[in-house]
Structures are given as C-alpha cells and as structure tokens.
Design a protein around this ligand. Structure first.
Ligand code: SF4
Length: 528
C-alpha cells in the first residue's frame, strides 16, 4: 500500500481575486491531506483556476486540457479539476468537450473542491457544481498563502456596476462585503504570523460597506489597519472614481502604514467613451480626485488602467485620453487593446474600431506613457527609497546580481545587495542611482538593511517547504507539469504595459502571475 499523500498543483490565471482563491484552494486541499507536488513530478490532482477575461481563454483552456489527456492516461489515479470564471461561464461544456476532466466548479463553489474530487473518484464520473450566489466567503476557508511576508485580504467579492466592457458582474455576481471585524481579525492573524504588508482586495473598494449600510466603511477600515501592531504596509485595489471620497484621501494621508500609492482606473479620457462604457464619472471629476490626492499626499504615485479602441472611439476621443494622460502624470499605466468579448454589452455595439486603428492608437499611447513614467522616475534619482525585498519581482536578478522589491509608492526597485544578505520580507534602504520607464535602479551599497519578522517568516517557510519536499521524496517522479511561479503581491502596477483590452484588478494582476506576464496580447472584459 502506498502511504504517500496525494499531491496537487494549482495553475492560476487572471487576477488577484483568482490568486487569492487559489490560496484557499491550496489550503482546502492541504487540510484534506493533499500535499503540494514537489519538483518536477506530475501531480495526482491538477487544478486550473481559470480567467474568462483574456481573448480565446476557452480555446487556450481546451488546448491545455487536450495536452493533458495522454498525461492523464499514463498516470493512474490522476484527476483534473477546472474552476474560476471560465468554468462558471462554460459550465458543463467543459466536461462535454473534455470528458477526461473530473471536476468543474464555479466561482462560488471553491469550498466544495475536496468533496467533489472524492465523489468523482468514488463514482468514477465527472462532478460539476455551480452556485448562483456566494454562500461561504472564501476568506473563511483555510489558506495556503503563497507569500510569508505579504498577503491579499478580500474585503468584498462581486460588483454592482455594469461597465459595458466587463464580464465580471455576470461571473462573480453582486457585491458582497465582509464585516470589518472579520477583515481586521484576518489581518491581525496574518501580522501575528509575520506578514508585514497586506493588500485589501475588492472589485470596487470604495463601495465597501454599501451592503451593510456604512458608506464610510472603507476609510474607517484603512484607519483601523493603522492600529494593527507589526503591520507596516497597507495597499488596496481597486478604487473606483465614481465612489472615491475625500474621507478615503484623508484616511490615506493620516494613516502612516497606508502606502502613498493610488491605482485609479481611468479607462478613457473622453466623456463620450466613459458614458458608452457606463463609467459613472467624467474626466473633470477624475482629474480633480488626482489633484486632491496630490495635495494631501505629495509623494503619492498614481497609476491607472486605460482601454484603447472601445467601440465608437474616434480620433478626438483618443486625443482626449492622451490629454488626460499628459495632465495626470501617471507613474504607470496598464494599457489595454480593446477587442470584443463575448457576453459583454460592448461586444455587440456598433462602430467597432478596426484592429489596425486600435493598434496604431495603442502604440501612441504606450509611447506617451513611457515618456511620462521615465520623466517621473528620473525625478527620483538621488532620492532614498525603502524597499520591501520580494521574491519573483526581478526576472534578471540572477544575471545582474541584484535583488528587487517595491518602494513605499509601489515602484519596482532593483538594487545591488553588495555584501549584505537581505531575505524576502526584509526591508532595505537604498539610494536611487538610475531610472527607467518601469523601474528604478539602486546600484550603490544599501544604506541600511532591516531584518524583519517577515524575513524570519520567509526563512521558516523555506525550511518547512524543504522538509515537506524531502518527506515526499519517495513519490515516483513523473514527467513534469509546471511548477507554480512565485507570486508577487502588492499592487503590481508599475511595470511594462500589457496589451490586454479590458481592465481592472483582473488585468493588472496578470502582471503578478509571472506565467501570464510575458504572453499578454489582445483582449478585454475587465474590472474596475
Ligand atoms: Fe465592476 Fe470593475 Fe467590471 Fe466595472 S470594470 S463592472 S467596476 S468589476
């Protein structure tokens, strides 16, 4: 009898919300006795946590599933599960087109995964479960966190808006808010475990509290985060210009551990386009929010999302967007090429913009954004930055002998540790020597290295992961699926623009998942 625990691997696509859900899926599986697959082995259970936002997402999923068929045939007992937004959208089409899939589950059903796997194994037939409403808030489920030093904390799921390019409300449902006491309890528990940075997650954090009748709940929540011992950095994503209030600006300005970074989705600088997108704000409101934020928080870095080529966009509309970009002086922008997304109102609108026109405008936009972000970054040469050292942020770190992390304003900083040895989770103080459009470089010796509880937690995690891998070393090594990439937490916004059309937290997070980050092309249907 083989006493080895069954192993699992989760492949996550899409946004922070999906990455957050994947941590819950991993926690549920570990609670049920599964262990993360070591090294290059093929897992006993392979879970796809899918995203419906990217163009051809279904084709890609079915392509992946097709490649897995011979692997599954050669691997007795292997199970494949598909969850997330695409599963919610395609539902039973998945087991019809790929009958070797064992489990399909919806966005409201992640808590059922272990039971569905067990049932599929016993009954030897595929299991599917889709709830229409969220019954269990994912945050109450056990989690296997990807990072020991930073964490996402969901404050709400779903969205009450109806942006015409967005597929999210249909897939994630109406907004549901967690009670502040539950959110704060989770953050306190994370801080007690060594986490020093949290990112509060919601499709629209500024409408947080609407469900329980407290319109000021988000500002209040930020202030309460400021009272949590050991919590050094608080970020959030995403705000919405329609619901953003001065109270939140004040809370940001007066709560020392709330970081000076605001990711404020613009989507378009044309009032005509904003109306067509059903975005309930206009460019003047947008720019006035930025003015007030900068007045209250002079060192704030402001980043954004912009969609190019929305149906009906004229050259004049596009010029309006360029004007707002010039006025806003963004520190970074996620720029998306629009293309029609099945299931969204915009997909059937008249006056779709020809792809070559969209591309030409997009090229002009990223040139302008690059010019502005470079100029803004160059202003920081010679200044001092406090960097939270991160795992997986600097792809060339090994070759350049640098380490990487995020400054307080969320700018990506590559630094040379010289003869210091900070760990992910530690905090280094560096002098910025050079700027590029999407990052800063600090090539002198660090001015200070502060070893933190978060660095200790990271080191302890390394030790326990190595022990777990040794314990599983007797597991027969099969040919490889792929190893989960490290997940960068925080707001992954100050980086090279992607060509996705759509936006919101969903798209931005594609950044943080390195498997997605180099492949983006095409399409939208986003959030925020
Ligand atoms: Fe909601 Fe964002 Fe989608 Fe708009 S784009 S419907 S705010 S999730």
């Amino acid at each position: 009898m083989n006493a080895s625990p069954r192993t699992y691997e989760i492949r996550t696509h899409g946004c922070q919300m999906n990455a957050h859900d994947s941590e819950r899926l991993a926690g549920l599986l570990e609670d049920a006795g599964y262990r993360r697959v070591p090294g290059d082995a093929t897992p006993d259970v392979l879970v796809f946590n899918t995203c419906a936002v990217r163009e051809n997402a279904a084709d890609r999923l079915f392509g992946n599933l097709g490649h897995l068929l011979p692997v599954k045939r050669a691997t007795p007992g292997m199970q494949i599960a598909v969850g997330g937004c695409l599963a919610q959208m395609e539902r039973t089409a998945i087991t019809r087109r790929a009958p070797w899939v064992d489990v399909v589950f919806g966005t409201h059903n992640i808590g059922s995964l272990p039971a569905l796997l067990e049932r599929a194994r016993i009954r030897e037939e595929a299991q599917a479960e889709f709830g229409e409403t969220l019954e269990t808030f994912p945050s109450v489920l056990p989690a296997r966190r990807e990072s020991a030093y930073a964490a996402w904390v969901a404050i709400s799921v779903g969205c009450n808006n109806t942006c015409t390019f967005c597929i999210v409300p249909g897939l994630r449902g109406k907004e549901k808010d967690r009670r502040p006491g539950d959110v704060l309890a989770e953050i306190r528990s994370l801080a007690a475990d060594g986490v020093i940075e949290v990112t509060l997650l919601g499709q629209n954090v500024n409408s947080y509290g609407a469900e329980f009748g407290d319109r000021d709940a988000f500002g209040r929540l930020l202030r309460r985060c400021g009272e949590i011992d050991g919590l050094e950095r608080v970020r959030f994503t995403s705000p919405h210009p329609r619901d953003f209030t001065d109270d939140v600006i004040e809370a940001m300005a007066h709560t020392p551990n709330v970081m000076p970074h605001l990711h404020m989705p613009l989507q378009s600088g044309s009032d005509t386009m904003l109306k067509a997108m059903r975005r309930a704000y206009r460019r003047d409101r947008y720019l006035s929010i930025l003015d007030r934020v900068r007045a209250a928080i002079p060192d704030a870095a402001i980043t954004t999302d912009i969609i190019v080529g929305f149906p009906g966009e004229t050259e004049r509309d596009f010029e309006d967007t360029l004007d707002v970009v010039r006025a806003a002086r963004f520190a970074g922008a996620f720029t998306f090429l629009y293309s029609p997304r099945r299931g969204t109102p915009a997909a059937t609108m008249d006056a779709q913009v020809p792809p070559e026109v969209v591309q030409e405008r997009y090229d002009r936009l990223i040139a302008l954004v690059g010019e502005i972000t470079l100029a803004e970054n160059q202003r920081l040469a010679g200044t001092v930055a406090e960097v939270l050292v991160a795992e997986g942020e600097g792809r060339k770190d090994a070759a350049t002998h640098r380490m990487s992390g995020r400054a307080r304003d969320n700018r990506l900083v590559h630094f040379t540790p010289q003869d210091t040895a900070p760990r992910p989770g530690d905090v280094v103080t560096v002098a910025i020597t050079r700027a590029a459009p999407y990052y800063l470089v600090a090539d002198g010796a660090p001015l200070a290295v502060r070893r933190t509880r978060a660095g200790d937690a990271w080191a302890a995690r390394q030790d326990s992961d190595q022990t777990a891998e040794r314990d599983l070393a007797g597991t027969p090594a099969r040919s490889r699926a792929s190893r989960p990439a490290p997940v960068a937490l925080g707001m992954p916004t100050l980086s090279r623009p992607l060509s996705l059309s759509g936006s919101c937290a969903v798209f931005r997070a594609l950044w943080s998942l390195s498997k997605c980050s180099s492949t983006a092309s095409g399409v939208v249907a986003g959030l925020r």
